[in-house]
Every structure is written in C-alpha cells, then in structure tokens.
Design a protein around this ligand. Sequence first.
Ligand code: COA
Length: 150
Amino acid sequence: MLMIQPFSLSDLESILQIENQSFPKSPYDWITFLNLHYLYRETFWVYINTSHGQKEEKILGYIIFSQDGHIISIAVHPHHRRKGIAKELLQRAMKASHLQRVWAEVRTSNQGAQAFYSKMGFRVTGMVPNYYGNEDALIIQWISGTDDSY
Ligand SMILES: CC(C)(COP(=O)(O)OP(=O)(O)OC[C@H]1O[C@@H](n2cnc3c(N)ncnc32)[C@H](O)[C@@H]1OP(=O)(O)O)[C@@H](O)C(=O)NCCC(=O)NCCS
C-alpha cells in the first residue's frame, strides 16, 4: 500500500539516501533533517510503500513545507520517479494547508525540477544570484486561481 505520513526518526536513514542521490551538490545532512523535523513537525511528510509488510516499509520520497507555502524541499528516489509521487505529495500539501500561494527555490541547472513545477502550474517569478554559492536560484511560484494545470 502506498501512503503519505509524517516523518519519524526511523525514516532518517532512508531519507538521507534519497537526499544524497537527489541533491548531490548540496545534500542536507542528518543534523539538518533533525532540525527540519523539529521546525516542521506537522509538515515534513514521507511517501511510503508498505506493500511488503511493516518490516519492509520503503520510503520513496518526501516533502517538507511551511504552513505559509514555502516548499523547503521535495525529492523522490531515482528509481521511483515519473510515477506521480512528487505530484501527489505537493498536491496533498497544498490541499492540507489550503494554500493560496506556494513558492520554492530551484537551481538554474535543475531542469527536471523546473519541468515538474511548471507542469504543476508554477511560474518563474524571480532569481536570486549565487543563492547556492556558485549557482543562481530561480524563484518559482503558484498562486491559487491563476492556473488550470494544478
Ligand atoms: C523533481 C522531482 C521531485 C519530481 O518527482 P517525480 O515523482 O518524478 O515527479 P512526478 O512523477 O510527480 O511528475 C509529475 C509531472 O511533472 C513533470 N516532470 C517531473 N519530472 C520531470 C523531468 N525530470 N523532466 C520533465 N518533466 C518532469 C512531468 O510532466 C510529470 O508527469 P509525466 O511523468 O506524466 O510526464 C524528482 O525528479 C526529484 O526528486 N528530483 C531531485 C530533487 C529535486 O530536484 N527536487 C526539487 C527541487 S527542491
């Protein structure tokens, strides 16, 4: 069974593996995830496949967002991409919080994420030079009622 549930500390190792493969240039480390767990206890979710039984629960992805609509991070295990997992995580987050505005930062080189957010109805609204040290960030934003693709 596939389900979305709040992050718990036992998920940390799997999350770190997804993180290292998803953000090789600047992965969050375990301390950062513990801080994010503390800060976003209600809105740090994991996407789990429980079909092989409780002991073999498999984390396929995660999302961390703030109640005011900032996507802190979203990532899906490379083996499980293009199956709608990120879409489900993001849509669930937007519905749960009744968000009117959602935004995120994306590396200018991260074309996969840009295509994903574009498909979800986000538009580029700005750019922050050197946000990632030696790389700029695009600010992408979705506003309720201005789009029909979400
Ligand atoms: C971006 C990311 C989260 C997307 O996760 P995903 O589960 O594969 O995305 P979905 O399957 O829900 O994609 C929904 C739609 O978005 C678009 N999309 C997603 N990834 C895409 C890609 N790499 N290239 C082009 N379009 C893409 C497609 O239209 C897709 O629908 P389709 O597969 O029916 O064509 C995933 O690629 C990832 O973890 N990347 C590394 C981490 C990252 O960059 N995170 C975002 C920055 S914070």
